[in-house]
Design a protein around this ligand. Structure first.
Ligand code: ZN
Length: 167
């Protein structure tokens, strides 16, 4: 299977598509309203004032996996970023370093935006993320730094984003 094959329920979207502005509320697998405060036993993020954040949890906090950890446990990424091309391979360490720094910064501000895995595939790298905005943000950061070709394909039904960058 080539890396350019796009699954049928994905459509191509543009860099300034409204999907990116709306910040679709993606309370992954958490249907009930969580009591506050709730702490995630996996990563210690705390649900407080209606959102998950990095803060200290009181001793009596409820426990519930946060959506990011739940996606990691379920092996169900929201974002898929494929990197490939000759330029990518000759600058791979540098580009992957940029990716890590970008994630570190985003994650410090938005606790649910995390990289799940970076996997080497035949001829390309696949980076999976817990949130579509992180996959988009990494793709744009690479494009801003190195130009190349950047595409987005979005699956509206499941709020999944595929990002492809090549140079
Ligand atoms: Zn968590």
């Amino acid at each position: 299977m080539g890396t350019r094959s796009i699954p049928p329920n994905f459509r191509q979207i543009m860099r300034h598509d409204t999907v990116f502005k709306e910040r679709v509320h993606d309370a992954y697998k958490i249907k009930e309203k969580l009591p506050e405060p709730t702490v995630c036993p996996q990563c210690n993020a705390v649900f407080h004032s209606g959102r998950w954040q990095w803060t200290a949890a009181p001793a009596n906090a409820h426990q519930h996996n946060c959506p990011a950890c739940q996606r990691i446990i379920d092996h169900y990424p929201a974002g898929f970023l494929t990197l490939e091309g000759e330029f990518f391979h000759s600058h791979r360490d540098e580009i992957l370093h940029l990716v890590q720094n970008f994630e570190k910064k985003e994650k410090s501000e938005h606790s649910l935006q995390r990289i799940i895995a970076t996997e080497k595939q035949n001829g390309s790298f696949l980076i999976t993320t817990t949130d579509i905005h992180l996959a988009r943000g990494i793709g744009e950061a690479i494009h801003d730094a190195y130009q190349g070709d950047l595409d987005f394909h979005y699956n509206q039904d499941e709020n999944l984003l595929r990002v492809h960058w090549s140079r």
